[in-house]
Ligand binder design. Structure first.
Ligand code: GLA
Length: 389
């Protein structure tokens, strides 16, 4: 079992007595609908079977002790529930700490400390939401350990709050929602303006989802992410002077064409065009999937990448190389970057009989152009957070 070493590590570090629980929260991949979730648009993500495992035990005092098997050289990082503030030296523990803090801000004060050991099998910084996975995992643990009355949606909202207010990334709701509400074999068609959602079975008869990880970490991505968000807000404010809308996601493509002269800066216009068209593509893609039209679904994925590359400018040479190599192959229905961009992963829909050549050819093209290897994962769609043991 993947989780057994986490429990073993916990016992080795913190002792085996008392009630030790083992929990899991998935990572996520977004099929389409990128950079729409802070523009009141739609997203279409699903949870993965890879994710974060955590072994945990309540403490009688206020102390927090954290250890990650992914960051072993950091050792045990200590803190206290009475001193919850983001600290650079606290590294990854700012994610669980942020969620404990955010529970307090939502009227659910955590009164006891805990010991927590984590292990994640999502590649870090890959755009598969390893941080949101840790956030939702922490929320789920708090709910279970202390009996807080929170729904899956609440876990998503609190996780997003922690990411924004504690960790300074002004993210949308998609990652935490996809993780907290994940369902095996289903994609989640979510309207981020209302949080209304629908599960759509991901019946990929004869095809697989392949995630290609560029191994280029997001790096400066967070500040660029916030910058894109500001550019969209500026476009919305300008277009809002000529048509009453709450978000770019309220606009159809035709309306955008009509009202776009209101946006004065070329950069903001491009960002807004992406937000509007990507939202419409996502709505069409969910329909296509419901009608088992994988060819159309794949085409919309390709169009999404082009828009993220040319209008939103968040792809970069690594992601473009992976996607463009995939597009050249027979049996690839669609391929695009997934997540925030600026490095990270691509997601491709590939016919079963083309999987082997995909791994070989895309891998080779990437190595030749970029100079180091990409990693590939043929993934399964998993469920939301759970207690395993
Ligand atoms: C990151 C954010 C999400 C979303 C995507 C882009 O993953 O956390 O909220 O904005 O980027 O679609």
């Amino acid at each position: 079992m993947v989780w057994e070493p986490v429990l073993e590590k916990f016992k080795e570090l913190f002792g085996g007595e008392g009630d030790i629980g083992v929990y899991f929260a998935p990572g996520r991949v977004n099929l389409i609908g990128e950079h729409t979730d802070y523009n009141g648009g739609h997203v279409f993500p699903c949870a993965l079977t890879i994710g974060t495992y955590g072994a945990v035990r309540k403490r009688a005092d206020k102390k927090l002790r954290f250890y990650s098997m992914n960051f072993e050289c950091d050792g045990v990082i200590e803190s206290s529930i009475e001193a919850l503030r983001p600290e650079k030296e606290a590294g990854w523990t700012n994610y669980p700490k942020g969620v404990i803090w955010a529970f307090g801000e939502h009227g659910m004060k955590v009164e006891q400390g805990m010991d927590l050991v984590l292990f994640g099998n999502i590649p870090n910084g890959s755009g598969l939401s390893s941080s949101a996975s840790v956030e939702v995992l922490t929320g789920f643990i708090l709910k279970d350990l202390f009996g807080f009355d929170v729904s899956g949606q609440d876990l998503a909202v609190i996780g997003q709050y922690a990411e924004q207010k504690f960790n300074g990334v002004n993210c949308g709701i998609m990652d935490q929602f996809a993780i907290a509400m994940g369902k095996k074999g289903q994609a989640i068609f979510l309207d981020t303006a209302t949080l209304q959602y629908e599960y759509v079975p991901l019946k990929l008869e004869g095809a697989k989802i392949i995630i290609s990880c560029s191994n280029k970490k997001r790096g400066l991505g967070d500040s660029k992410y916030n910058e894109r968000r500001l550019e969209c807000e500026s476009a919305l404010a300008q277009i809002g002077e000529v048509i009453g809308i709450n978000a770019l996601g309220d606009l159809s493509e035709e309306q955008f064409e009509r009202y776009k002269p209101a946006i004065k800066e070329e950069i903001c216009l491009k960002r807004a065009r992406h937000a509007v068209c990507e939202n419409q593509r996502t709505i069409k893609a969910a329909e296509a999937l419901k009608h088992h039209d994988l060819a159309l679904f794949g085409k919309l994925m390709n169009d999404s990448h082009v828009s993220l590359r040319d209008d939103y400018e968040v792809t970069g040479v690594e992601l473009d190389t992976l996607v463009e190599a995939a597009w050249k192959l027979e049996g690839v229905l669609g391929s695009r970057m997934t997540g925030a961009g600026f490095g990270g992963c691509t997601v491709s829909l590939v016919k079963d009989d083309a999987v082997v050549s995909f791994l070989e050819k895309v891998g080779e093209a990437y190595r030749n152009k970029i100079g180091y290897a990409a990693d590939f994962y043929v993934v399964e769609i998993g469920g939301g957070p759970e207690k395993i043991a």
